[in-house]
Design a protein around this ligand. Sequence first.
Ligand SMILES: NC(=O)c1ccc[n+]([C@@H]2O[C@H](COP(=O)([O-])OP(=O)(O)OC[C@H]3O[C@@H](n4cnc5c(N)ncnc54)[C@H](OP(=O)(O)O)[C@@H]3O)[C@@H](O)[C@H]2O)c1
Length: 262
Amino acid sequence: MTRICVAGGTGQVGREVVRQAVQLGHDVSVISRHPPGPGAGGAYDGADYYRADVTTGEGLAAALAGVAVVIDCLEGRSGRALKDFAAGGARLLDAAHHAGIRKAVLLSIINCDQVPLRFYRSKADKERIYAASALETVTVRATQFHSLLVQLFAAGATVGLIPVVKGARFQTMAPGEAASALLEAAVEGPSQELHRVRTVGGPEVNGMAELAETWKHHSGSRGRLIRLPLPGAAGKYLREGGNLVPEHRYGTETFAGWLAKR
Ligand SMILES: NC(=O)c1ccc[n+]([C@@H]2O[C@H](COP(=O)([O-])OP(=O)(O)OC[C@H]3O[C@@H](n4cnc5c(N)ncnc54)[C@H](OP(=O)(O)O)[C@@H]3O)[C@@H](O)[C@H]2O)c1
């Protein structure tokens, strides 16, 4: 049994890491700014929840005490959180180093270093911090999640129009399978290589229109597909398939299969 700290263990992927780690018999601590109270919904029995903030360092020492591996599932989408995202990772690694932790695993996004947008730059900045750490690190670069496409489609459907980026394809994966990859990296034996990168993708590559039709079928939405050009760096990334890694099919749960389970 290993004591594992999941930073962001109340989020979409983090809570799956916590669930799977507890199920495998590991001892788990969770870092979040808003941890669920004891017995509250969203908390897993067998995991210890700590109120801690990687942008201030508050609460980190307590959450990291006795931990062997830390798994970083943090997010910072916009504003201050986006600006502080990479520095938060550095603060977490620093606190982990002080706590005597030997290894850290980071969840990142496939080819984030190829997209000159602030959000992706913050991911690439954090990857560089992990690659320069004194700790052994594994960066797990995942393709987009099934849930991201659902969010995009559902948001558009509220006004009757389901957005489809012209020429875009996705290799989406289940957040739970990204969690499994993180946990595998966390518990594998020590490596000769101090810093490693692992790439994990979903089982299929699908056009965005095909994904939208599948989502319509499962959700019952009557929205109309609207095909839009996406200019700029993000459009180029998608059109050129920068988000695809067909040679790294890790997940087995397809978009349709994942929707059917929900
Ligand atoms: N969506 C995709 O398609 C995709 C694909 C590949 C990789 N990723 C990446 O995977 C990572 C995890 O994504 P996700 O969707 O699971 O994120 P999420 O659901 O937004 O969860 C983020 C977690 O981080 C915690 N957190 C945020 N700021 C914090 C802070 N300052 N101190 C401590 N805890 C903090 C949150 O809890 P509190 O708010 O309570 O603090 C929450 O537990 C992200 O970096 C994301 O970009 C996403």
